[in-house]
Design a protein around this ligand. Structure first.
Ligand SMILES: [Zn+2]
Length: 199
């Protein structure tokens, strides 16, 4: 089964998506001040549910997401999917873009960054590469994966550039212990089907 990368843009952050979210996710969205922050939070939580629901063959509201922080027990940790067959997931948003990565195989981390938001735009590739790797490690830690105590090299981490759907962004994807897998890229809600490619 391929690693799936789902892209969406802030234009898709319809307020009706709030109906897909659980109480924790709604509270998070409603706690945010700016409309763009609220939209990114709403769309990230909704896109995560849409992607996992498509993977599991259930409705988005049936997806159970646990965000318990491994440090303090608060509800702001990396998301993990509860229940049989639940894939490894990672969510990132920046500027107008939201991205969700989903792997049935092992810990995954994704990061997207609008270049103009960084103090040094030339550092953007290093930035997204580092963030994606850290998020894969955090996912391993949150689910007590054997890779959780290893360095990226020990954990056999593979980090790749992802082509974002808009200019002016950079993105990267890290998988742990993963080789020669297919990657499927989808654009939600416009693109229901996509062709797998090997990477
Ligand atoms: Zn915490």
């Amino acid at each position: 089964m391929p690693v799936e990368v789902w892209w969406s843009s802030l234009a898709a952050a319809d307020r009706d998506l709030i109906d897909l979210l659980d109480a924790t996710e709604r509270a998070r969205v409603e706690s945010l001040e700016g409309p763009a922050d609220r939209g990114r939070s709403l769309l990230g939580a909704a896109l995560l549910r849409v992607a996992v629901a498509a993977h599991l063959g259930v409705a988005p509201v049936q997806v159970v997401v646990d965000r318990t922080c491994t440090e303090c027990g608060g509800a702001h940790g990396v998301p993990r999917i509860v229940g049989p067959g639940g894939p490894w997931v990672s969510v990132s948003h920046s500027g107008l873009l939201v991205v969700v990565a989903l792997s049935p195989h092992g810990p995954v981390g994704v990061d997207v960054q609008r270049v103009s938001d960084l103090p040094d735009p030339r550092a953007v590739r290093d930035w997204v590469t580092r963030e994606a790797a850290l998020k894969a490690q955090a996912a391993a830690l949150a689910r007590r994966h054997p890779a959780m105590r290893l360095t990226p090299v020990e954990a056999d981490a593979a980090t790749r550039d992802l082509p974002p759907p808009l200019h002016g962004y950079a993105a990267a994807l890290t998988t742990l212990g993963e080789h020669d897998t297919e990657q499927v890229c989808r654009h939600w809600p416009t693109d229901a089907t996509a062709t797998p490619r090997r990477w």
